[in-house]
Design a protein around this ligand. Structure first.
Ligand SMILES: CC(C)(COP(=O)(O)OP(=O)(O)OC[C@H]1O[C@@H](n2cnc3c(N)ncnc32)[C@H](O)[C@@H]1OP(=O)(O)O)[C@@H](O)C(=O)NCCC(=O)NCCS
Length: 157
């Protein structure tokens, strides 16, 4: 049994783009980001063969999701969020580990992502799970303006 399941965190599953699932993701997204993805953006991702969207259900409700885009040797973690009342309980860690396993299964040799410099919980999540900062994009984000830090985890050299 994976460690996350042993801690009572349900195993992440692959999500499909049915309307109820898109609604559930979009609601979590809107509650998590100042410039959330639209429902159409999620629908387009579900239709993209290079994208995998995974999530964690608890008591029949979607409580966390992640969007992973893989092209050739690079996987890009484009989005990840956990329902606010469940943050800090390692749901993010469980989902991130699952994304890394999905990236490896697709043959990627690295997983990359961008994060707001001031997003301390997200940076802690990445830094404690094998990701290292390798760059910065000045004023990448809006609302509020902020630099993006670029992180990557090398899966194979
Ligand atoms: C980022 C996010 C997905 C993390 O999910 P989570 O389930 O809370 O993550 P975990 O509980 O697995 O781990 C979070 C880590 O941050 C730490 N943390 C929690 N709150 C923190 C805070 N305010 N400041 C610093 N670190 C914090 C935890 O202690 C943990 O570190 P650990 O490995 O030392 O235990 C979640 O906070 C979230 O949904 N945030 C809003 C959306 C978002 O910012 N997504 C990331 C975009 S790049």
């Amino acid at each position: 049994m994976p460690a996350a399941e042993a801690r009572g965190i349900p195993a992440p599953v692959t999500l499909t783009g049915d309307p109820a699932t898109v609604d559930a993701i979009a609601a979590l997204e809107a509650a998590s980001f100042s410039t959330p993805w639209s429902k159409d953006a999620f629908k387009a991702s579900f239709d993209n063969e290079f994208v995998e969207i995974s999530g964690i259900y608890e008591d029949g409700e979607l409580v966390a999701y992640a969007v992973l885009f893989t092209l050739f040797e690079t996987s890009d973690l484009q989005d990840i969020a956990v329902r606010e009342d469940l943050r800090g309980k390692e749901y993010g860690k469980a989902l991130l580990s699952d994304c890394v396993a999905r990236a490896a299964a697709r043959g990627a040799d690295r997983v990359c992502l961008e994060v707001r410099e001031g997003n301390a919980p997200a940076r802690a999540l990445y830094e404690h799970n094998g990701f290292r900062q390798f760059g910065r994009r000045k004023n990448y984000y809006a609302y509020p303006p902020e630099d993006a830090l670029l992180y990557q985890r090398i899966l194979k050299e």
